[in-house]
Ligand binder design. Structure first.
Ligand code: TMP
Length: 212
């Protein structure tokens, strides 16, 4: 049995990740491909507890940027070992709502951890493991944040200032432009066009994997 594939959806708040994931699920179902969904931070009981800590605005003390960084990777380590790798080994595909690229963008770009630090902690955690394809939904942070605000209560990270999100966005674009496994989708288009782009990329990817 061949191993499954790891498809990741990335993008800033308000980019439309949830509806993009629904499009991918529909296509995988049409192709009779078994899959599981993951989200980061989170995705296992322990990692979900870490997600709650990371997102909470109710701490009695400041959550340092170093703690935030380690919590993201602690969560990722739990998810990789307990869900992603076993699913892939069993031949299932994994649709990831965020993965390492989020840490590169938010902690690397947004918080300013340099590339050496990011590479080191990523290597310790992932040991070279990478998604097979990442669909990055690119949205201007002003538009994305106003969509997220319209949705309701903002979490601790969503409450950051605009300059933080501009740094996150710049880092996303920088990394996406240098990595051929990342497909950038213009998320400012109409939802129908965004979904068409996603569909095209996923169908191409499925066709390519069938030849492997
Ligand atoms: P979301 O999954 O609901 O978008 O919330 C996750 C939040 O955590 C979002 O603001 C992005 C942030 N985040 C990081 O800062 N670093 C990471 O590595 C991940 C996975 C998420």
């Amino acid at each position: 049995m061949s191993t499954g594939k790891f498809i990741v959806i990335e993008g800033m708040e308000g980019a439309g990740k949830s509806s993009a994931i629904a499009v991918i699920e529909r296509i995988l179902k049409q192709h009779d491909i078994e899959y599981i969904n993951t989200r980061e931070p989170g995705g296992t009981p322990l990692a979900e507890s870490l997600r709650t800590i990371v997102k909470s605005v109710d701490h009695q003390e400041i959550l340092t940027v170093e703690t935030e960084l380690f919590l993201m990777y602690a969560s990722r380590s739990q998810l990789l070992a307990n869900k992603i790798l076993p699913a892939l080994a069993a031949g299932k595909w994994v649709i990831g709502d965020r993965h390492d690229l989020s840490s590169r963008a938010y902690q690397g770009g947004g918080r300013g951890f340099d590339e050496t630090i990011m590479n080191t902690i990523s290597d310790i955690t992932l040991k070279g493991f990478r998604p097979d394809i990442t669909l990055y939904l690119d949205i201007d942070p002003h538009i994305g944040l106003s969509r997220a605000k319209a949705r309701g209560d903002l979490d601790r990270i969503e409450l950051e200032q605009m300059d933080f999100f501009i740094r996150v966005h710049n880092k996303y674009q920088e990394i996406a432009s240098q990595d051929s496994t990342i497909v950038t989708v213009d998320a400012a288009q109409s939802m129908a066009d965004v979904h068409l782009d996603i569909e095209k990329s996923v169908l191409e990817f499925i066709a390519k994997t069938a030849l492997d």
